[in-house]
Ligand binder design. Structure first.
Ligand code: DX5
Ligand code: ZN
Length: 217
């Protein structure tokens, strides 16, 4: 049983509220909101004011905020106030301030996620597994939608899952980047229970059927 988190980076950004309602009508409960600062990643997307409007327009969704930014602790309160439910930051952005950043997000009342890029050994985040609600394993280098899934991703998910099982921990394990029905099945088999889909979902002829497929994985 997996859940889909729809990455609106690939939606029609001129009509975001309608896109989120359409997403909800496909049986999807979670919106993945990608924040890029043009510094941690070579692209700029949108920030807390956009989330605030979206939350107001479509309040009955879970907002899964993925911060691909250099100073996550500094901006986390803005996203919490704007309506975030989960706030995920990157290990690579603040390798020496992971504890501080977890505490800053926790302080906002949001659920805390920690993400690793494809080039980062999953073991580096093991010391914090007991403090997390979510672990996000990237299937591509962050920054852009529509990239190809890196084949090593399922074994990286499996490594995180095995360590969680070994220690009796159960953070959600999310995968993001290049995920479609096929690659998503491999990730679900490896232990992911939350699949982010951007281009696969918003480009699908029948997104409701895709959401149904994901629920069955
Ligand atoms: C990539 C973002 C993803 C992106 C996924 O940096 O974090 O959430 O929108 O897009 P797809 O599913 O098209 O790879
Ligand atoms: Zn993302």
């Amino acid at each position: 049983m997996s859940e889909l988190s729809a990455s609106v980076l690939s939606a029609d950004l001129s009509d975001l509220a309608a896109e989120c309602r359409r997403t909800r009508d496909c049986g999807v409960k979670m919106i993945h909101f990608d924040v890029m600062d043009g510094h941690f990643v070579p692209n700029i997307s949108y920030g807390a004011p956009v989330l605030k409007c979206l939350k107001k327009a479509v309040p009955d969704m879970v907002y899964d905020v993925h911060l691909m930014i250099s100073e996550p602790a500094r901006y986390a309160p803005d996203f919490a106030k704007a309506g975030a439910d989960y706030i995920t930051f990157h290990y690579e952005a603040v390798p020496d301030a992971v504890d501080k950043t977890i505490a800053a997000i926790r302080e906002t009342g949001c659920k805390v996620g920690l993400s690793i890029n494809p080039g980062t050994d999953p073991q580096v985040i093991f010391p914090w597994l007991d403090k997390l609600d979510l672990v996000l394993v990237m299937g591509v280098n962050p920054g852009f939608g529509g990239q190809s899934f890196m084949p090593a991703t399922p074994e990286r998910i499996a490594a995180v899952k095995a360590e969680c099982v070994r220690r009796g921990l159960s953070p959600r394990i999310e995968v993001d980047g290049g995920v479609n029905a096929q690659t998503g099945a491999l990730c679900a088999d490896a232990g992911a229970d939350l699949l982010v889909m951007g281009s696969a979902f918003y480009g699908a002829k029948d997104p409701a059927a895709l959401a149904e497929t994901v629920r069955g994985l």
